[in-house]
Design a protein around this ligand. Structure first.
Ligand code: SAH
Length: 396
């Protein structure tokens, strides 16, 4: 196995448990990146010679290498993939009653570039690195040995794949269903597979949906950025009086409506329930002007800060959105504010809620500070593996 040499004093982060090596940290005189094929495994050395581990290299990306082992000369092959996936599976089987969860959370499960969601015998896989893509067959072999899935959908539509020089066309292996049923928090959701967003369903919000639902009894609920209705349906099943869904996607809203009908027929039949297909910023303003108020408002937008350089603009958008949503919360009602931007720290999201409340002259009491569920483990040595925040606050 070829050697990848780091420059002097660039080993600290790796020794502290991080898995990424950036291209400017590589000693390209001793080990020119262009010598490596995309995805090739290498033994990583610090400048003085000590071995730091084994990593897969991509000479064309800012993240030049991702560690998969702390030992020298370790290939990322089918046996290692199987061992890591078995450990990931064992954790989930302990955590959940049924086979519905994120099975692999990339670096959080020590498998850089690999995300897998499990829907019973169906798997949806997102491969985001050239290294993992070139081991596609070993990966499928490992999954077959471990789970023998009925079908695997490779959702290759990630923007990150383009940076790695990978094709964006999805691939279906076996009879991939059009939709699948996902039991969660006492409800059963119908979710689209290939026509859905990301891997079809967002498992990461499971615990936060339950926490919000506990506060929804008897309330009029607004589920903004609802996708398939995760927050609103759990709230409806927990006794919410009505549920209004808001999303920019008509396709998502049609699922949200049907999911509410199946799981919370009483809330679905309430005349105050409905759907709004619109840009949330506009719709929240219009709802306010029309005098509508809600006992619980959830906002769960897509990441407004995708790259660090968008942080300023993104923060402004979060502040604005939280104010627009807080205005709609009836006295004593609840705001459920989520953010999936890694670049927005939890304190910054709380501050958005605090500022919105202060602007309205209302006290805000935080009732729940949530993150991604435990099937999205956070590697503590790698802050990049933590991204989801959910702040639930009561507004007086
Ligand atoms: N709350 C959902 C997940 C939300 S994903 C759950 O619990 O599963 C984000 C959603 O926001 C997507 O459904 C997307 O269609 C929607 N969206 C993105 N931009 C939007 C906008 N400007 N206005 C309204 N909805 C938007």
């Amino acid at each position: 196995m070829r050697a990848l040499w780091l420059k002097k004093n660039e080993e600290r982060r790796i020794l502290d448990g991080h898995l990424w090596i950036f291209s400017n940290e590589v000693d390209t005189v001793k080990s020119p990146l262009t010598d490596f094929a995309p995805g090739e495994a290498a033994t990583v050395h610090e400048a003085r010679g000590r071995v730091l581990g084994s990593a897969c290299v991509n000479p064309a990306t800012l993240i030049a290498a991702r560690l998969h082992s702390r030992e020298a000369d370790v290939e990322l092959d089918a046996p290692l993939l199987k061992k890591r996936l078995a450990a990931a599976l064992a954790l989930r089987e302990n955590l959940f009653d049924g086979p519905w969860y994120r099975l692999c959370h990339g670096e959080g499960d020590l498998l850089p570039g690999l995300v897998i969601d499990r829907y019973a015998s169906h798997l949806t896989v997102q491969i985001s690195t050239a290294a993992m893509q070139s081991r596609r067959n070993a990966l499928l072999e490992a999954l077959d040995a471990l789970l023998g899935p009925a079908s695997v959908y490779l959702a290759n539509d990630l923007p990150a794949r383009a940076l790695e020089g990978l094709a964006l066309t999805p691939e279906s292996l076996g009879p991939v269903p059009e939709t699948f049923e996902v039991p969660e928090n006492g409800c059963v959701f119908n979710a689209p597979c290939a026509s859905g967003q990301k891997t079809g369903w967002f498992y990461d919000q499971r615990a936060n949906r339950a926490a919000a639902a506990r506060l929804a009894k008897g309330q009029d609920v607004l589920d903004a950025f609802c996708y398939l209705g995760g927050f609103g349906v759990c709230a409806g099943a927990n006794g919410a009086g009505s549920v209004t869904f808001l999303d920019a996607s008509e396709h998502a809203l049609s699922f949200a409506r049907a999911n509410l009908e199946c799981n919370a027929p009483r809330a679905a039949a309430c005349p105050a329930s409905g759907t709004i297909c619109a840009d949330a910023f506009h719709a929240l303003t219009e709802l306010y002007e029309s005098g509508r108020r809600f006992g619980l408002v959830s906002i769960d937008p897509p990441a407004f800060i995708k790259r660090r350089k968008d942080a300023g603009q993104g923060l402004a958008a979060y502040r604005k959105l939280n104010l627009l949503a807080a205005r709609l919360v009836a006295p004593g009602g609840v705001l459920v504010s989520s953010s999936c931007s890694y670049h927005l720290p939890a304190e910054a999201l709380r501050d958005c809620v605090a500022r919105a409340a202060a602007k309205l002259g209302r006290p805000a009491q935080m009732l729940h500070a949530g993150g991604q569920g435990p099937d999205h483990p956070i590697l503590l040595s790698m802050p990049e593996t933590a991204y989801l925040k959910c702040c639930i606050a009561r507004l007086g």
